[in-house]
Ligand binder design. Structure first.
Ligand code: UD1
Ligand code: CA
Length: 461
C-alpha cells in the first residue's frame, strides 16, 4: 500500500433537490444511520491523515453529524469541481500551506463503499515499480442501468482513462459506454490545484465538473487510470428510489453477515437490521423481525416472528416474541422468556424470569425466576413523572395486576390475580386486593324471570 500521506475530501454540500426533502441528502439514513456516517466510519478504517467534509451553508445538523472532522462551507453550489476547490483550500490551511501525497475524493451520497475498495484505489495511485504513477485514479463500475452516471472514456489499446463525460453532455455513442464513474477519485495532491484551476462551467448543467480534471490531465500529458469496483458498493443516492435500493443492498449485506456469523434467519428478506445490530452464534430469528439501533443478541437467543427490538441487550438462551416489543434500556437475562404482546421499556429482566403474555413492563426490575402473569401493567407514569417498579426474586404476579409505581414486591411474594398494588409487598407475603366474593344461590334464575317479564310488558305497551 502507498506510504504517501493521504487526505480525504468528502463532498456533501449538495442540496439533494431530487430527494424533495428538508433534510440534506447525505443525512438520510440507511439502516438507521445517516449516509454520511456510513462513509466516515469506512474512511476511519483506511490510513488517512486529514479529512475535510465540504458542507453547504445552513447545515448545522450535518456539521454536528460529521464532528469532529474539519468542515469547509461551499457557499455557492457551483458543482463538484468547485466543491473540491473549497476542500483543497481547507486542507492547505490545515497543513500549513502545503499538502503532498494523495487527495482522495469521495461523494457523501455514495455511502456503501468498502475499505478494501478504497485501499485498492490508493494502491493503484502508488503505481507499478519503475513506472510513472497515474496522476488521477478513478473508481469505475458497470451498473445494470448506467442512467445518469458519468461515462468513462478509455483508450482501447492501453486501457488508460482519457475522459469522463457527464450523461447530460454525452453523445449517443458515449451514452452506450457501460463503464461509469462512481465519483471516487484519487489525485496526486501536487497536480490537483493546477487541474482545478482550468475547470470551466461550459456544459449542460453550467457547473464546474470535477470529472473534467481527467481530460485536462490527459491534455497536459499526465496519465489517468481506472480501477473497477462492484455496483452494490457504488450506488449513488440521488432520489428516494435510489435510497430504497441502497437500503436493500445494505440490509442484504447485514443479513449475510449475520448468517455467516452463525445465526439462522428463517426468511432473511423479512428481517431488518440497524447498522449497529450485534448478533451472536446459534441465534434463531424468525420472519418479520425488525431491529432498531442498539440491539445485542447473545448466543442461543431466539427471536420469534413479528417482534420489534430497539436499545435492548438479550442474554444467552433467552426467548423473545412472537409479537414482542422491546424498547430502549431493556436487558433480558439469561434463559428469560418474553412472550407475545409484551412491551418492555427501560427494564432489567433478570435470569430465568418469565413475562409470557400481554404485559407492559416499564421502568422496572424483574427478579431472577420471577413470573409475571398475563395482563400485568406497571403503572409507571403519574402524568408528570416516571416511577420505578421493583419485583423480587421468584415473585409471582397474578394475571391482570396493576403495579402502581413507585412500588416494590419482595422476593418470593405472591400477588393474587386482578390486584391493584399501590403499596410495597413484603418478601414471601401473599397479597390480593380483589373486591370481596359474593354468591347469590340460584339468583340467575330469578334474575332472568324478572327481566323477561319487564321486556314482555314493554313490548305489549
Ligand atoms: C456525479 C458525477 C458523475 C458520477 C456520479 C456518481 C460530477 C460532475 N458527476 O454526478 O460523473 O457518475 O456522481 O454517483 O461529479 N456536491 C457538492 N457541491 C456541489 C455539487 C455537488 O458538494 O456544488 C456533492 C453532493 O452533495 C454529492 C456529490 O457532490 O454528495 C455528487 O453530486 P451530485 O450532484 O449528486 O452528482 P451526480 O449528478 O450524481
Ligand atoms: Ca449523486
Amino acid at each position: 500500500m502507498s506510504k504517501k500521506k493521504t487526505a480525504v475530501i468528502v463532498l456533501a454540500a449538495g442540496l439533494g433537490t431530487r430527494m424533495k426533502s428538508d433534510l440534506p441528502k447525505v443525512m438520510h439514513p440507511l439502516g438507521g444511520r445517516p449516509m454520511i456516517n456510513h462513509l466516515l466510519a469506512t474512511l476511519a478504517k483506511i490510513q488517512c491523515d486529514n479529512t475535510v467534509v465540504v458542507v453547504g451553508p445552513d447545515m448545522a445538523d450535518l456539521e454536528a453529524a460529521v464532528s469532529p472532522h474539519t468542515t469547509a462551507v461551499q457557499y455557492d453550489r457551483a458543482g463538484t469541481g468547485d466543491a473540491v476547490k473549497v476542500g483543497v483550500q481547507a486542507l492547505t490551511k490545515a497543513n500549513g500551506g502545503d499538502f503532498k501525497g494523495n487527495v482522495l475524493i469521495v461523494y457523501g451520497d455514495t455511502p456503501l463503499i468498502s475499505e478494501q475498495t478504497l485501499n485498492g484505489m490508493l494502491e493503484a495511485r502508488a503505481g507499478q515499480p519503475g513506472k510513472v504513477p497515474p496522476s488521477i485514479v478513478v473508481l469505475g463500475f458497470q451498473p445494470l442501468d448506467p442512467g445518469a452516471y458519468g461515462r468513462l472514456v478509455v483508450d482501447e489499446d492501453e486501457g488508460d482513462l482519457l475522459a469522463i463525460v457527464e450523461a447530460n453532455d454525452a453523445t449517443p455513442e458515449q451514452l452506450d459506454i457501460n463503464l461509469c464513474n462512481s465519483g471516487v477519485m484519487c489525485f496526486d495532491a501536487s497536480l490537483l490545484p493546477q487541474f482545478l484551476s482550468r475547470l470551466s462551467n461550459d456544459n449542460a448543467n453550467q457547473e464546474e465538473y470535477l470529472t473534467d480534471c481527467v481530460g485536462i490531465a490527459c491534455e497536459d500529458g499526465f496519465a489517468c487510470a481506472v480501477v473497477e469496483g462492484d455496483e452494490d458498493e457504488l450506488i449513488g443516492v440521488n432520489s428516494r428510489v435510489d435510497l430504497a435500493q441502497a437500503e436493500v443492498i445494505f440490509q442484504d449485506f447485514m443479513r449475510e453477515k449475520t448468517m455467516k456469523g452463525g445465526a439462522t434467519l428463517q426468511d432473511p428478506s423479512t428481517v431488518y437490521f440497524s447498522f449497529d445490530t450485534k448478533i451472536g452464534k446459534d441465534v434463531v430469528i424468525e420472519p418479520n423481525v425488525q431491529f432498531g439501533p442498539g440491539v445485542t443478541l447473545s448466543n442461543h437467543v431466539t427471536v420469534k416472528g413479528f417482534s420489534h427490538l430497539e436499545g435492548a441487550h438479550i442474554h444467552p438462551g433467552a426467548t423473545v416474541g412472537p409479537f414482542a416489543r422491546l424498547r430502549p434500556g431493556t436487558s433480558i437475562g439469561q434463559e428469560a422468556k418474553v412472550g407475545n404482546f409484551v412491551e418492555i421499556k427501560n427494564t432489567d429482566v433478570k435470569e430465568g424470569a418469565k413475562i409470557s403474555h400481554l404485559s407492559y413492563i416499564g421502568d422496572a426490575e424483574v427478579g431472577t425466576e420471577a413470573n409475571i402473569g398475563a395482563g400485568t401493567i406497571t403503572c409507571n407514569y403519574d402524568g408528570f413523572m416516571k416511577h420505578k417498579t421493583i419485583i423480587g426474586e421468584c415473585a409471582f404476579i397474578g394475571s391482570n395486576t396493576a403495579l402502581i409505581a413507585p412500588v416494590k414486591v419482595g422476593d418470593g411474594a405472591i400477588v393474587g390475580a386482578g390486584s391493584t398494588i399501590a403499596f410495597d409487598v413484603e418478601a414471601n407475603a401473599i397479597v390480593t386486593t380483589r373486591a370481596p366474593h359474593k354468591t347469590g344461590q340460584d339468583a340467575a334464575i330469578s334474575y332472568r324471570a324478572r327481566k323477561r317479564a319487564e321486556k314482555e310488558k314493554l313490548n305489549k305497551g
